[in-house]
Design a protein around this ligand. Structure first.
Ligand code: NAP
Length: 433
């Protein structure tokens, strides 16, 4: 029997498990390991709480988790509780599907001031991730700067802008819902260091900014290049630019009290403040024909009390696993790190693409494992891991414990909401019997 460990129970982990079940059929046993007692990773704690239809993909992962050849083993952190060598000793194949959980740093003066946070922390907070419960982002400020022109930046801006009613049917954490309802934020700046043609928004996400109850997008017509250039864009980007042109032509809705300023050509250079963030200094840029930004020599200061850097993520290194520090992911060739050690998803290729991108990714890596032809070596698999966990006094969360957590969260939901997430790790662990 082939014993496979998949580390990480988000989309990359479950698509790899699904692929391995197909390829190795009855010849495989798979343990899906997670450091939290709860499964689904990015789906639970990364996807925006007001995008419930995307979160529904977890039903597909649930079907994999319920397969008799698969076991969920939560509350085990590989690299801390369980060394990578121990996993390799117990399993024929180890696939790291741990995503990219570390915020990329701005690396500019003042980025360590209070009031400067990464999008991972902010998103984790409103999504009820135990690592960020109690983050208390400063919402007593009229102005927030969100740095980055990707979908994560849009998620942050949209959640900051939505009313309590607009969030009612979401699974946003109760703590975040209350804090946002009291928020003083009126101006949200979405700052791109390049222009509309280079923004990495997608159509649905940019479009949603025009449909908010109390917030209105502000796009400066002069930021848009001459329309003739749009024809050369690929379809997705052209549609995004069309929406930006519409926002610019319509102008902001003055009846709405919250403004989302899409400030293109702004490169952050310094965060101002002594003990906490009081402003953001930006260099104004222009973009050349190759999409490269250069500073114009002009600068601008936006007074603000909260800066959210939505500029991408890095994978958290695991001791003993070769790491590509420049790219912020495991050192690998097409998913292969070393004999018997693989990676998939963001841990393999960096934080890009949609959730669906992980499916072919997982299939390709499993196919490479099959093609390599290493025969199972009679390793103990889950039995060995559980013995190790028991010897170390580690409580392992099973899928049934998650089911109990799930039921408790659903039972505690606010009216109209799908669940109230338990963000307290001790409480989550209390479900492990
Ligand atoms: P992203 O799309 O790569 O965007 C990162 C942004 O940060 C880019 O605009 C980049 O600008 C900017 N940036 C990087 N370093 C910077 C710096 N030092 N200073 C200023 N700006 C900087 O990444 P993301 O928004 O984190 O999203 C990650 C992936 O998840 C993406 O594939 C995204 O589409 C996906 N996602 C999808 C959804 C959805 O479908 N609803 C929601 C969230 C995320 P440059 O382009 O100039 O480098």
């Amino acid at each position: 029997m082939r014993q496979m460990a998949i580390v990480g129970s988000g989309p990359a982990g479950f698509y790899a498990a699904e692929a391995a079940l197909k390829v190795f059929a009855d010849g495989v046993r798979i343990d899906v390991i997670d450091r939290l007692p709860t499964p689904y990773g990015l789906i639970r704690a990364g996807v925006a709480p007001d995008h419930q239809s995307i979160k529904a993909v977890s039903r597909r992962y649930e079907a994999v988790a319920r397969d008799p050849r698969v076991e969920f083993l939560g509350n085990l952190e590989v690299g801390r509780d369980i060394p990578i060598d121990a996993l390799l000793a117990n399993y024929d194949d180890v696939i790291l599907a741990v995503g990219a959980s570390v915020d990329r740093r701005l690396d500019i003066p003042g980025d360590d001031l209070e009031g400067v946070i990464g999008s991972g922390a902010f998103v984790g907070w409103y999504n009820g991730h135990p690592d960020f419960a109690g983050l208390s982002p400063r919402l007593d400020t009229a102005t927030v700067c969100v740095i980055g022109n990707g979908n994560v930046a849009i998620d942050c801006a949209r959640i900051l802008a939505k009313t309590r009613d607009e969030l009612a049917a979401s699974d946003i954490s109760g703590e975040a819902l209350e804090a946002l309802a009291r928020s003083a934020v009126r101006d949200i700046h979405l700052l791109g260091r390049r222009g509309p043609y280079q923004a990495s928004f997608t159509l649905k996400e940019i479009g949603e900014l025009g449909e908010l109850e109390r917030a209105t997008p502000v796009v400066k017509p002069n930021d848009l290049p001459p329309a003739e250039g749009d024809q050369a864009l690929e379809t997705g980007q052209r549609r995004v630019v069309e929406v930006l042109r519409r926002f610019a032509a319509t102008g902001p809705d003055s009846a709405k009290p919250v403004r989302i300023h899409l400030d293109f050509f702004h490169r952050p250079i310094r965060i101002l403040g002594t003990s906490r963030a009081e402003g953001l200094e930006l260099a104004l840029t222009r973009v050349d024909g190759n999409g490269r930004a250069t500073d114009t020599g002009e600068t601008r200061i936006i007074p603000c009390g909260l800066v959210i850097a939505a500029i991408g993520y890095r994978t958290a290194p695991i001791p003993g696993v070769p790491f590509d520090a420049e790219r912020g992911r495991f050192a690998n060739v097409d998913g292969r790190i070393a004999e018997g050690l693989w990676c998939v998803g963001w841990a393999m290729r960096g934080p890009s693409g949609t959730i669906g991108t992980n499916r072919p990714d997982g299939q390709a890596v499993v196919e490479r494992i099959r093609a390599e032809g290493r025969a199972p070596a009679g390793k103990p698999g889950g039995r060995g891991l559980e013995a190790l966990a028991a010897a170390r006094g580690l409580a392992v969360a099973r899928f049934r414990h998650w089911e109990a957590i799930d039921a408790a969260e659903v039972a505690a939901a606010r009216p109209g909401a799908p669940r109230e997430k338990i963000a307290d790790l001790a409480r989550l662990r209390s479900f492990i019997d």
